[in-house]
Design a protein around this ligand. Structure first.
Ligand SMILES: *[C@@H]1O[C@H](CO)[C@@H](O)[C@H](O)[C@H]1NC(C)=O
Ligand SMILES: *[C@@H]1O[C@H](CO)[C@@H](O)[C@H](O)[C@H]1NC(C)=O
Ligand SMILES: *[C@@H]1O[C@H](CO)[C@@H](O)[C@H](O)[C@H]1NC(C)=O
Ligand SMILES: *[C@@H]1O[C@H](CO)[C@@H](O)[C@H](O)[C@H]1NC(C)=O
Ligand SMILES: *[C@@H]1O[C@H](CO)[C@@H](O)[C@H](O)[C@H]1NC(C)=O
Ligand SMILES: *[C@@H]1O[C@H](CO)[C@@H](O)[C@H](O)[C@H]1NC(C)=O
Ligand SMILES: *[C@@H]1O[C@H](CO)[C@@H](O)[C@H](O)[C@H]1NC(C)=O
Length: 388
């Protein structure tokens, strides 16, 4: 009796280990042996990973059969121009799914109904795609099922043929429409952003802490930060900032404790150390904002030219490189007078010649339409002149 009883438990245990083990090495058949499924290290933690890297799939249908226990999906290096509805299927919930990495899939369009069953996802990575979210491709609720999303990666995510000003407006609509109450990090590096025309783009993200805008072509920080109560870090590395105006800098004063503890990274910007940089210099020396490595910023250009390549923080002599305003106004007035005189002259000459010109026009008219019948008296001398 005693020797019989434990046997079933051993079998159950064995079968369970076999199931566990087998599910740890093979993916469901739809994945066509191209992916790796099972426990692996991800960001220093053992997670249940589905890893389809450089798998060159042309559709995402297999993702409907994602193992229920999946914690991290890596789906990169495929060619999925249009993401289907319900990419993770209609039926299953994925209670443990925390990371979706869809880097480099040539994705152009994400449908409003693409992402369902993503309630516990904290990180969504869509780097290096060709997204077009403008026009009829704007789906404001595109990320609305990511109710726990904390980190959104959109590095080099947008198609270069869509103007960044346009897709940033669409992105704001998505932020508003998707109710991303927990989102704390937004990555928008390498997106050919020149300027932002919707200053409240980040204002509908109540938990936002980090804004990553490095490696763009931004010349003015024209978005509001006063509305971002939990702001921690703004990355504007390697942009095209020459100076910042009081108007911009005063936005930091609207933050709790005038931005104390907020970090700002302006490394690698081409500062122009002429009189226009005075506001920024004053601000750098007095602000509570932690401007990272500010002592190592340097002047790309400047006036006097001896400022070039100097450390921005140590520049004390700055002058205006361009002619003062009054002189400029003087030349404008002079130019205006000249233009007026010239126009008058042309009008006078035109008037004096008017009768003459009219006569000649009439003559030409007659010549063209009455050719072969008889020539007008006025045109006769001319004809003779030509033939002589
Ligand atoms: C995913 O698989 C690729 C190769 O297929 C490998 O290089 C990469 O390290 C894997 N990623 C993780 C997080 O295990
Ligand atoms: C990617 O897929 C699209 C159609 O979905 C096709 O036109 C294109 O040639 C594919 N690109 C590559 C590199 O396979
Ligand atoms: C982006 O989508 C809009 C709306 O469908 C379309 O008008 C525009 O041509 C698209 N742009 C690109 C580059 O595909
Ligand atoms: C947004 O999400 C919060 C919590 O996640 C919820 O309380 C609120 O009702 C949602 N708002 C809308 C408009 O869906
Ligand atoms: C920034 O502009 C320059 C041209 O002035 C261009 O060559 C470069 O690719 C642009 N960089 C980005 C990230 O758009
Ligand atoms: C900053 O510099 C640019 C030229 O590089 C100039 O057009 C602009 O007016 C300057 N802004 C301020 C506030 O000094
Ligand atoms: C910018 O602000 C500083 C300090 O508040 C002030 O001294 C300076 O005149 C302002 N600059 C401009 C151009 O208004």
């Amino acid at each position: 009796m005693c020797s019989k009883k434990p046997a079933p438990f051993i079998y159950v245990f064995l079968i369970m280990t076999i199931i566990k083990f087998s599910s740890a090495v093979t993916c469901p058949p739809d994945f066509g042996d191209r992916c790796i499924c099972g426990k692996a290290n991800y960001n220093g933690k053992p997670r249940f990973l589905v890893n389809c890297t450089n798998t060159q799939f042309n559709d995402a249908a297999m993702l409907e059969k994602l193992p229920i226990q999946t914690e991290v999906v890596i789906f990169t290096g495929n060619n999925i121009t249009s993401m289907p509805w319900n990419v993770f299927g209609k039926m299953n919930d994925y209670p443990d799914l925390e990371v979706i990495d869809m880097t480099n899939n040539n994705i152009k369009e994400i449908k409003g109904k693409t992402y369902h069953h993503v309630r516990n996802v904290k990180t969504l990575i869509l780097n290096h795609n060709q997204l077009n979210i403008t026009g009829d491709k704007t789906h404001p609720r595109i990320f609305s099922n990511f109710v726990n999303l904390e980190s959104l990666h959109l590095t080099n995510a947008f198609s270069e043929s869509v103007d960044s000003k346009e897709y940033l407006v669409a992105l704001e609509q998505i932020f508003v429409g998707s109710n991303l109450t927990k989102l704390s990090k937004v990555h928008l590096e390498q997106n050919e952003i020149w300027s932002i025309k919707n200053p409240n783009i980040f204002c509908s993200l109540p938990s936002l802490m980090d804004i990553q805008l490095g490696d763009n072509n931004i010349s003015e920080m024209n978005f509001n930060v006063g509305c971002i109560q939990n702001l921690r870090f703004i990355d504007l590395r390697n942009n095209k900032i020459h100076n910042l105006s009081n108007n911009t800098l005063s936005k930091f004063e609207e933050l709790p404790e005038q931005g104390l503890g907020v970090k700002l990274d302006l490394m690698g910007n081409p500062f122009i150390c002429d009189c226009q940089i005075a506001d920024l210099l004053n601000w750098l020396r007095t602000t509570k904002v932690d401007v990272l490595e500010k002592e190592s910023y340097s002047c790309y250009d400047g006036f006097p030219v001896s400022n070039i390549n100097q450390q921005l923080y140590n520049v004390h002599q700055i002058q205006c490189a361009y002619a003062p305003k009054q002189e400029y106004q003087g030349t404008t007035v002079l130019l205006g007078i000249l233009l007026f005189l010239m126009t008058s002259l042309i009008l006078i000459i035109g008037y004096m010649n008017f009768t003459n010109v009219r006569a000649r026009t009439v003559a030409l008219w007659e010549k063209v339409f009455h050719r072969g019948q008889y020539t007008h008296i006025l045109s006769k001398p001319e004809e003779q002149e030509v033939h002589v």
